[in-house]
Design a binder for this molecule. Structure first.
Ligand SMILES: O=C(O)[C@H](O)[C@@H](O)[C@H](O)[C@H](O)COP(=O)(O)O
Length: 309
């Protein structure tokens, strides 16, 4: 059995999953951006940074910067701008985020750095491209006039014929975004969002692909011969995924019930999803619908909404 029981939030409907996931994303966003408030020594005496930061506080800090053009600490050396660093998987997660996030008015898209947990090595306009799907379903639909434009870090499309080169190139992109490999051993995402396939793969880390699953040094690995979907891919590695500040699995549908049963009741089977569930114990939340939990014995928690829409 798992050593630390993950938080498992169960919902009747897809729309409820989407609403709760969106709330959790905004909660993670506000916590990440609250570091900026603290850094600037704003009037944070009433602010409990361990709990939810009110959107208006974060928004105020941003507007102060944009109105005055300089921060209140402009006399001191400029600090690296605090941004919300999030990793997205592909598949149904993107539809969940489309449904839950786009209608909200408290998503500070302009402060987001979006990376991909994995990518299938296909052209961006292919229906199988994770970036392509995210672009169509989310990125192209953001009201950037009102909420700003996120920085999006995707693979180099010109390298899709060479998985190793593409992985190395994406690793360099991560190294640049996370202040360089010499200064950080591993990147730390504020939030890492994962789906889970019926075979237990997460990102593009598949069961029995031992070399990829045991990778300790690389941040990004090439994947060849994937057993489902496009065969050539790249994926962020287990150490990177597990190092995230928060992780959330988003899983719906009865086809996922058997794998959820294995993850929750038979972690010793070592599915990639179990490795992360265990490896990041204490920081993992699961957002699932009732169908995915059919016949799975777990303790479900009620999700407490943290932000106002
Ligand atoms: O490229 C991939 O394979 C995805 O990033 C993958 O890790 C996804 O999250 C799962 O396959 C679940 O996908 P579904 O939620 O669509 O079942």
């Amino acid at each position: 059995m798992t050593t630390t029981v993950p938080k498992i939030y169960a919902f009747h409907e897809f729309s409820e999953v989407a609403e709760a996931v969106a709330d959790y994303v905004v909660y993670a966003q506000n916590n990440a951006l609250s570091k900026e408030l603290v850094d600037r020594k704003m009037s944070v005496s009433s602010l409990n940074v361990n709990s939810e930061v009110e959107f208006k506080d974060v928004q105020r800090s941003v507007s102060i910067k944009s109105v005055s053009g300089v921060s209140r600490e402009s006399s001191k050396k400029p600090k690296r701008e605090v941004r919300f660093k999030i990793a997205l998987s592909g598949g149904s997660l993107i539809h969940v985020l489309h449904k839950g996030l786009l209608s909200r008015t408290d998503v500070m898209w302009g402060k987001w750095d979006i990376y991909f947990a994995d990518e299938r090595l296909v052209p961006f306009d292919s229906e199988h491209s994770n970036f392509g799907l995210a672009k169509r379903e989310i990125l192209d639909q953001i009201d950037t006039e009102a909420y700003g434009k996120p920085n999006v870090f995707h693979i180099n499309e010109s390298l899709i014929k060479d998985p190793q080169e593409c992985a190395d190139d994406y690793e360099k992109i991560l190294i640049k975004g996370f202040a360089g490999r010499d200064s950080v051993k591993l990147p730390m995402f504020d939030l890492f969002l994962l789906g889970c396939a019926p075979d237990g793969h997460i990102a593009s880390l598949f069961p029995n692909f031992q070399e990829n699953l045991r990778e300790k040094l690389a941040w990004v690995v090439p994947v060849t011969g994937a057993p489902s979907g496009p065969t050539e891919r790249i994926s962020l590695t287990i150490p990177v995924i597990c190092h995230s500040h928060r992780l959330a699995f988003v899983v719906e549908g009865s086809t996922k019930a058997p794998v959820l049963k294995t993850i929750m009741e038979r972690p010793e089977k070592g599915l990639p999803s179990s490795i992360v569930n265990e490896g990041a114990a204490g920081r993992v939340s699961w957002f699932v619908d009732d169908e995915a939990l059919t016949d799975v014995s777990v303790i479900k928690k009620d999700y407490k909404f943290r932000s106002n829409k």
